[in-house]
Design a protein around this ligand. Structure first.
Ligand SMILES: Cc1cc2nc3c(=O)[nH]c(=O)nc-3n(C[C@H](O)[C@H](O)[C@H](O)COP(=O)(O)O)c2cc1C
Length: 305
């Protein structure tokens, strides 16, 4: 049996296949359709100190090879997450990465402090990259100097729990942001969040998304994601978690070969709710067949030149 375990900061994952925030609810919605303990971890929907209703509908539409969403970080809030969701999540035995965000720096710090102290939360993923909100999104991840300061403050509040910082692709160059996370003491980077996009209904001449723009995700974004993950890997020494359009074992392998230590699957959970479990099983079979004793031996094996 191949060794699929990977380490992200202080967090040991049983395999490198994770489900991405916002596409897997609070885990419970999927636990009846798959064995949630068989995947490396799941990332919760983005959590904030106060509950949020999200944006007005329509806020999702399908596009070739993907979708656009403008959910606007709708979530139950950290209090309800703790009292209404966490007891049932703990019973599943899943590895839980709490994805979170704030409207202010103080909100980010307090959210991290609360989640890090919560029984059953194994690691934190800080979202500084949502394209669908006026506050609490990319404005926090849009300036490397500020991102470094925020990462340092949040890492302190995380009290020893692994802190992953999730980067936006909606920047001219992702590398200074990757460095900012590393310099701020972040344990890992996850990339990418959605790409800004737009779609129009030609019959009505109205945008298909109420807010006009949304975030594009799914297989259509994979080449962009892969390139950005590769750039991050070349820039920092901390682990990078690859996200963007993953739909098959080959997609997983591409991200690992590019240097990602683990991957997250997002949009494809809507198409095939048990895809993460399937990919973890397929990765195991692949490693055995190819004589790869440890999956980590694949990481960063891209041949160039
Ligand atoms: C409907 C939807 C909601 C999302 N919500 C969040 C969120 O709350 N926090 C976050 O960090 N990313 C969120 N994302 C981004 C995904 O986690 C992921 O980074 C992105 O979709 C790219 O991966 P994919 O192409 O596999 O979907 C969301 C994506 C979708 C499609």
């Amino acid at each position: 049996m191949a060794e699929l375990r990977v380490r992200i900061g202080a967090l040991e994952l049983k395999n490198p296949i994770l489900s991405a925030s916002g596409t897997f609810g609070y885990g419970l919605e999927f636990s009846g359709m798959m064995d949630i303990r068989k995947i490396g971890a799941f990332c919760t929907k983005g959590l904030s100190l106060k509950p949020r209703a999200g944006n007005q509908m329509p806020r999702i539409c399908e596009t070739p090879g993907g979708m656009i969403n403008s959910i606007g970080l709708e979530n139950v809030g950290i209090d309800a997450f703790e009292t209404e969701k966490m007891p049932a999540i703990r019973k599943t035995g899943a590895t839980v990465i709490a994805n979170f965000f704030g409207d202010t720096e103080a909100d980010y710090i307090e959210a991290a402090r609360r989640l890090a102290a919560m029984d059953g939360v194994h690691a934190l993923e800080m979202n500084v990259s949502c394209p669908n909100v006026d506050k609490g999104g990319i404005e926090f991840g849009g300036d490397p100097a500020f991102l470094e300061k925020l990462t340092a403050a949040v890492k302190k509040a995380a009290a020893g729990k692994t802190l992953i910082v999730k980067l936006s692709p909606n920047v001219a160059d992702i590398r200074p942001f990757a460095s900012a996370v590393e310099n701020g003491g972040g344990d890992a980077i996850s990339a990418i969040n959605t790409l800004k996009g737009m779609s129009i209904d030609v019959k009505t001449r109205r945008p298909k998304i109420k807010r006009v723009f949304g975030g594009l995700s799914g297989p259509a974004i994979k080449p962009v994601a892969l390139k950005m993950v590769y750039e991050c890997v070349k820039t920092v020494k901390i682990p990078v978690i690859g996200i963007g359009g993953i739909a098959s074992l080959d997609d997983v392998l591409e991200f690992l070969i590019a240097g990602a230590s683990a991957v997250q699957v997002g949009t494809m959970n809507f198409v095939e709710p048990s895809i993460c479990q399937r990919l973890a099983e397929e990765l195991n079979v692949y490693c055995d067949r190819e004589g790869i004793a440890r999956v980590s031996a694949l990481v960063g094996t891209l041949r160039t030149g």
